[in-house]
Design a protein around this ligand. Sequence first.
Ligand SMILES: Cc1cc2nc3c(=O)[nH]c(=O)nc-3n(C[C@H](O)[C@H](O)[C@H](O)COP(=O)(O)OP(=O)(O)OC[C@H]3O[C@@H](n4cnc5c(N)ncnc54)[C@H](O)[C@@H]3O)c2cc1C
Length: 475
Amino acid sequence: MATTTKDWPGVSREVLAKDAPQLLPLQDSLPSLAIITSSSDVFTAAKSGFQVDLPPDHVPLAVVRPKATGEVSTIVRFATSSTPRVPITVRSGSHDFWGRSSAKGALVIDMRQINSVTVASDRKSATVGGGILAADLLTQLEPHNLLATTGVCPSVGFCGWSLLGGYGPLAGSYGLGVDQILDATIVDPNGKIIDKCDSETLWGLRGGGANFGVVTALNIKVHPGPKVLAGFVVFPLEEALEVLNKYRELLEEDFPDAFSGNATVGNLTGGFPGLSIVFVWSSSDLNAGKIFLEKIKKLGTAKSAVKEKNLSEFIKVAFPPTPKKSMVTSVYIPELSEGLIRIVVDNAKRAPAGSECFAHFHFSHGESTKPNAGSCFNVREPHLLIEIFGTPASKAAEDKDPGLKDKAYHWVKSLESELLDSQLTMDGGYLNLLDPSVPAKDSYGGKWNRLLSLKKKVDPENIFSNACPLLLGSN
Ligand SMILES: Cc1cc2nc3c(=O)[nH]c(=O)nc-3n(C[C@H](O)[C@H](O)[C@H](O)COP(=O)(O)OP(=O)(O)OC[C@H]3O[C@@H](n4cnc5c(N)ncnc54)[C@H](O)[C@@H]3O)c2cc1C
């Protein structure tokens, strides 16, 4: 998968004239811009992302990797003023499960070389490049004894993650990704650089995704760090029903904001069945976390590897970003109930052998449940985001059972249907992890009409038509 730092060369003018002649004027106006087309040796690496199960024709026209906001502006102006218009997509971590930061025949603006981190003198905020990845952000904050909230995967883009919500292990302490955004620099659909967004555009960016512009920088909150208490507490799958019910009782009694709470049940990494509590404790009092950890270990036959470490160290090792053929979906549930636990554990026991098929619970509690009037992200009451994921655990497992991918995908859809039928769910789902065929409207509730009006005002011609979620042309 492409990384932040690779400085790939573009193709020659002759090759560009053959592969994508419509991009020659762009090359002329920005001679230093590397334009990578299908004849390039690095095209496969440059166009690929986490999801490898995409239709064969999901191939962009070219990938460009700008290094500055001005270059992004030139690219957008060029694309929108061309006749016919050159479709564009914006990419940072390339972890979208449906490959929506690329599109057939589009010019992919890969932001990963715009990745600086500048800490403000009061150490309460930082300005980060629009292509910064989670682990790079955390690593650059470490010398300042600071951290930021991120998701659990090191190579997820901070923009992709935060613009649509942003669940992470520090949500209880500091809120969701959208809550971290103080200001943004964007390149609007006309290619104009907007250094300071008005409050309505910021409201839309905080939950409306890539619909309003290319984000070239975000001013975000940063927090004291970088140490957290982090690791996994793993129980055998046979104990999952009992342990999760005791866990539910424990959290009902005491759910400290400093504790992440996330849990995974099913066939975990490598295909091993189990229940894994993702233990992250973030506060100045790590000893309180050690006491809480002991309560969790007593819930069953626990194997635990939880230590004091930098958050970056934890996410780099815990969730390595190996590209996969994978299916994901998400549902929102108001609480961890006995009924929910029974459905999830029963399904976990039926996960196909050789698969990684699991349900991952992201708990929204503490700071992430405080209303944020400056954000169109809708779900602010305490809830669980259940991420349902399925993939063959390895190539060897798939070679052994060629039907494994379909079985894994079926498992995801079947658990999703059972949860939807159970009446336990809330409206909508987490748009970062929700099948694009599901209308986005339900996920915005009463904020939908305002969001649609903003989109029509800012991007009436739908220049960002490949954005997630699809606002214009959707239900
Ligand atoms: C292994 C893995 C682990 C994950 N873990 C979590 C988790 O812990 N918590 C969580 O909430 N989610 C998680 N996700 C979901 C993740 O947040 C989304 O897939 C997110 O959209 C990925 O962002 P990206 O920048 O990496 O992806 P991309 O595919 O590059 O982009 C995703 C979307 O964001 C847009 N975008 C990206 N950068 C910009 C920019 N600079 N300006 C404007 N638009 C932009 C793209 O156009 C696209 O629509 C995970 C996904 C994977 C694959």
